[in-house]
Write a protein that binds this ligand. Structure first.
Ligand code: IMP
Length: 173
């Protein structure tokens, strides 16, 4: 992996604890209901895989793909590279994001999904960097709020590398 120095920022064990808490909260909030869990590719894949293993409510899984980032700077442009397989009209939808930074991706996806008339639409983000917002938006559930650092691992990439790391890490030096 190109010899870059990688430091652990949030260890896998702490992530696992927090994901279990989020799962329990979602089970309680959606008790008696079924949910379409929509993962935003690619960054949310690991978080979503861990989260849904804690869900005891009936779920259907679907994915959307977006492209917005080149390197470490937001281009401000959001493009759908993969759309949902099935309509979500009349369904409870839980949108799963890896991280909210400027908020542009989440705000675009929220607007896009709301037009499909779900019964409800909530969002969950593994990470939140509130200091970087360009649009005012908040997720309904957040794993960890972090300062403005570029993080990798647990699904998140730097130029498509490092997604497979089990810990959330930072590139040092
Ligand atoms: P936003 O549209 O600026 O909120 O950015 C959302 C997307 O940017 C996320 O879904 C990530 O793919 C990417 N992103 C933002 N911050 C980071 C980071 O620290 N590491 C890796 N990807 C990031």
């Amino acid at each position: 992996m190109s010899g870059a120095k990688i430091e652990v920022f949030i260890p896998a064990a702490r992530i696992a604890e927090r994901v279990a808490e989020l799962g329990a909260q979602i089970n309680a909030d959606y008790a008696g209901q079924s949910v379409v869990v929509v993962g935003v590719l690619k960054g949310s894949f690991m978080f979503m895989a861990d989260l849904v293993r804690h869900l005891s409510i009936p779920v259907r899984l679907d994915f959307m793909g977006t492209k917005s980032y080149v390197g470490t700077t937001s281009s401000g442009q959001v493009q759908i590279t993969k759309d949902l397989d099935k309509p979500v009209e009349g369904e409870h939808v839980l949108l799963v994001e890896d991280i909210i930074d400027t908020g542009l991706t989440l705000s675009y996806l929220r607007r896009n999904l709301e037009q499909r008339r779900p019964l409800s639409l909530k969002t969950i983000a593994f990470l939140d960097k509130p200091s970087q917002r360009k649009v005012e938006i908040q997720a309904d559930y957040v794993g960890f709020e972090i300062e403005n650092r570029f993080v990798i691992g647990y699904g998140l990439d730097f130029e498509q590398q490092y997604r497979q790391l089990p810990d959330l890490c930072v590139l040092a030096g």
